[in-house]
Design a protein around this ligand. Structure first.
Ligand SMILES: [Zn+2]
Length: 432
């Protein structure tokens, strides 16, 4: 129903994605009036202005998060996404601040999540242009702190209305009915032997590290440098990578180590190794349709006095992680190490037969002509931060996922497909 209105606006849509991507909105230093730095604020102001030009009511909440709204009605449904981005990074073959090349729009945020959110604006514009009747209001919520800590949604939840239903186009298709819980913990050992000079690996705990280094002081006073290469991957799919910390621990174990350092490498080879299922730590668990535990050793830090590894663990709905963690802590203690749970975000579950999941699933099937069941992901989205929201799109099952990588792009056909699917989803959820 909205296809023609969307196709007609195709050139403007592409241009507005490029304009939004052109604003570098990595979180920066807080300034007066811009709590996440000037970039995220600029991207928010720019997008709300675009929404106003389309005739929508807008509101900016302290330059942290804002929204555009259309329609009347007691209740409201929402599309929640974000305008902040991860750092641009190196190695691009295209302008990371936006470049149209063939039918691909390259740039940081094209897929995650500016492209889909500008698409959502054009979807709402198509709904307005068609003049269809709506039982509920439709609100597009633009966050600016998704990549750094969700302080934006906290601000929204403080004073603003919760949607009765909604989706966040910030993960994968088809609809995601469950997101695993996210736990972060560290395992450490204080050192007296002065053998370890340094050890380091990883840039973020939610990545499989691709490089790990250590330097040891040998008995004859010389030093030995060790290095291990791995393959990077996201911590929610650690089996896709090769963990450089695991390889470095093996290399260290081959050296003559004093007792304190040896207990650390012994623990690692007995309880972690290159496995990602958590079995050795005593936290392996498979909860059927909700998936299984994954564990990633993401960060390593070491010096003369201490060696630490931080772990990222994704666990399924239905599992009591704090209970399970006790056995990991006990295993560490058996080797004279200390384990500490630093963060635990519970899993998300919205029943497959809920109106929300069923409606999105049906729309996906109608719009793409492919049958697909609702899925579980290990990644966490905004859906965990706001009530009655599930993740839906923008990445199609057969599509290369370039989120957070160099040469991030969205193809124009995919942008249009997303926009059409979102228009149907908004319209049908507003009238469900
Ligand atoms: Zn995102």
């Amino acid at each position: 129903m909205f296809e023609q209105a969307i196709e007609k606006n195709k050139d403007n849509l592409v241009e507005d994605v490029l304009k939004c991507v052109g604003i570098n909105s990595v979180r920066g230093e807080a300034e007066e009036g811009s709590p996440f730095g000037s970039g995220p604020k600029k991207a928010l102001e720019h997008t709300l202005k675009l929404a106003e030009s389309m005739g929508f009511r807008t509101r900016n909440l302290d330059n942290m998060i804002g929204y555009a709204e259309y329609g009347e009605g007691e209740e409201m449904i929402a599309v929640l996404g974000h305008l902040d981005v991860v750092p641009l990074g190196d190695g691009w073959d295209h302008d990371p601040l936006g470049e149209l090349c063939g039918d691909r729009i390259y740039g940081r945020g094209t897929l995650d999540d500016k492209g889909p959110m500008i698409g959502a604006l054009y979807a709402l514009k198509a709904i307005k242009e068609e003049g269809v009747s709506l039982k509920r209001r439709i609100r597009l919520i633009f966050g600016t702190d998704e990549e750094s800590g969700d302080e934006d949604v906290d601000r929204y939840n403080e004073t603003e209305e919760s949607p009765v239903m909604g989706f966040t186009p910030d993960a994968d298709y088809p609809v995601i009915f469950s997101e695993k819980g996210l736990a972060r913990f560290r395992i450490e050992k204080n050192l007296d032997s002065k053998t370890l000079i340094s050890a380091s690996a990883g840039e973020a705990v939610n990545q499989v590290p691709d490089l790990a280094k250590a330097e040891l002081r040998l008995e004859d006073g010389t030093s030995r440098k060790l290095e291990a290469q791995g393959k990077a991957a996201h911590a929610s799919t650690p089996w896709q990578g090769e963990n450089a910390i695991a390889k470095l621990m093996e290399k260290m174990a081959e050296c003559q180590l004093p007792g304190d350092l040896k207990s650390f490498t012994d623990f690692f080879s007995a309880c972690v190794g290159d496995k990602t299922d958590g079995k050795g730590l005593g936290i392996a668990h498979d909860e059927g349709k909700f998936g299984a535990v994954t564990v990633n050793a993401g960060l390593l830090e070491g010096n003369e006095n201490r060696i630490v590894i931080w772990f990222d663990c994704r666990y399924p709905y239905g599992m009591d992680f704090e209970e399970a963690f006790k056995s990991a802590a006990q295993k560490a203690a058996d080797f004279g190490l200390h384990a500490e749970l630093e963060r635990n975000t519970p899993p998300l579950y919205v029943p497959e037969d809920s109106v929300l999941v069923e409606t999105l699933q049906r729309i996906y099937q109608e719009q793409t002509g492919t049958k697909a069941d609702p899925i579980v992901i290990g990644g966490g989205t905004y859906a965990k931060a706001m009530k009655n929201i599930v993740a839906f799109g923008p990445v199609f099952p057969d599509q290369e996922n370039v989120i957070h990588q160099k040469n991030e792009y969205i193809s124009v056909p995919n942008l249009l497909n997303n926009t059409k699917i979102m228009a149907q989803a908004m319209y049908q959820l507003a009238n469900a």
